[in-house]
Write a protein that binds this ligand. Structure first.
Ligand code: KG4
Ligand code: ZN
Length: 361
């Protein structure tokens, strides 16, 4: 008996990824070539720039994934790729690489749903005794996603809530940049968390005592509804700064940052509690919440979610599961892992398979 070895590629957004994973949960390689291709003025990833970067980077990403796994391409048993959702032109780079490789090697092919792959990551990374049990909830919070999902089986997911406008991660980034917060190796979102954690400047305490703090007020958008919105908090900060010509003192910057973080996380808490309530009404007992995406590394958020779960479910303990940060962000390891059961069951795709740029979960 030999374990099944999958080579996977992922290119749905702006990172070019390739990885090799085996059916006995070994990650043999995990290559991620990042592009910093987010355009403030464009309001997103520039597709043409991203496609060109994928075309340039994909061949070497695959080569490197095989080298790091110490494998010849003939050792690969199956090839997986992200079929959707994502930017069509970006997806096609990975899809064509995977289809051509599989056809040339005469190996089976599987197209994977990107979001399902995110949600299935903990089954690869969690110790066996702590694996989430179905049904469980997943909060996927990053620059690209703001999603609350209900997973009832490895291939059945329901979207309980998604964002109607911007993602939580992007708005963390934008507020951090508007406040010109100190540079942080983990990016502007992490810079905002660090700025708040560092504590208020001394004069803050005096100002508080004298009741002179001024900062925008944040409310929870669409309270009572299962939907996220981050444009509200974003423009509240923008309007506040604009009215002051963009000039505010350290005390005010601190107050804006900490109120924003509380509001951004508070919104997640409110929607999570609603999601749990909706499950309870259908007699669906949840015992696990998986939290992934770049924003999941925020420690204030981790604390608040723990408190929120204990409050929403005082009698039944709900475990929090955080996959390691390197596998929370876009990667091809999760694509390989999500394809595994289909390879093992012989449920594979044709070499003619199409992309699904828009694909609900
Ligand atoms: O999953 P990810 O690495 O990739 C994209 O979706 O692009 O997520 C990146 C996002 C960024 O918007 C970043 O600001 C946010 O995650 N992020 C954080 C923290 N660390 C990263 N947001 C809040 N607090 C953090 N500590
Ligand atoms: Zn993703």
């Amino acid at each position: 008996y030999r374990q099944f070895t999958v080579l996977a590629v992922e290119s749905s957004a702006d990172d070019t990824c390739a990885a090799v994973v085996t059916s006995d949960r070994q990650i043999l390689s995990n290559v991620v070539v990042r592009q910093d291709n987010y355009h403030e003025s464009f309001g997103g990833i520039h597709p043409y720039v991203a496609i060109k970067a994928h075309q340039r980077n994909m061949p070497n990403a695959v080569k490197k994934a095989l080298e790091e796994a110490n494998l010849a391409v003939s050792d690969v048993d199956g090839v997986a790729f992200t079929q959707g959702p994502g930017i069509a032109g970006c997806l096609s780079v990975g899809a064509n690489a995977a289809k051509t490789l599989a056809a040339a090697l005469n190996k089976p092919l599987v197209g994977v749903h990107h979001m399902q792959a995110h949600a299935l990551t903990p089954f690869l990374t969690t110790p066996t005794e702590e694996l989430p049990q179905y049904p469980f909830l997943t909060l996927l919070i990053s620059g690209g996603h703001t999603l609350l999902l209900l997973a009832t089986s490895p291939r059945t997911f329901r979207t309980l809530a998604t964002t109607v406008d911007e993602s939580i991660g992007r708005v963390f980034d934008k507020v951090s940049r508007m406040l010109s917060l100190p540079w942080n190796t983990h990016g502007p979102g992490a810079a905002l968390e660090a700025f708040v954690k560092f504590g208020p400047p001394a004069e803050q305490l005096v100002a508080h005592a004298e009741g002179q703090i001024e900062a925008p007020e944040f409310s929870i958008p669409m309270r009572g509804r299962l939907a996220f919105s981050y444009t509200g908090p974003h423009s509240a900060v923008e309007r506040f700064l604009h009215a002051r010509g963009g000039i505010v003192n350290d005390t005010t910057r601190y107050e804006i940052a900490s109120r924003f973080q509380r509001a951004a996380v508070g919104q997640l808490e409110e929607k999570l509690a609603l999601g749990l309530e909706a499950c309870r009404q259908k007699d669906t007992q949840i015992r696990h919440l998986v939290v992934s995406g770049g924003v999941a590394s925020n420690l204030f958020l981790r604390e608040r979610l723990r408190v929120c779960l204990d409050k929403a479910s005082p009698n039944v303990h709900i475990s929090l599961v955080f996959p390691p940060p390197s596998l929370c962000t876009d990667n091809a390891v999760m694509i390989a892992w999500a394809s595994m059961s289909r390879f093992l069951n012989g449920d594979t795709d044709d070499y003619t398979i199409d992309l699904r740029s828009k694909w609900s979960i």
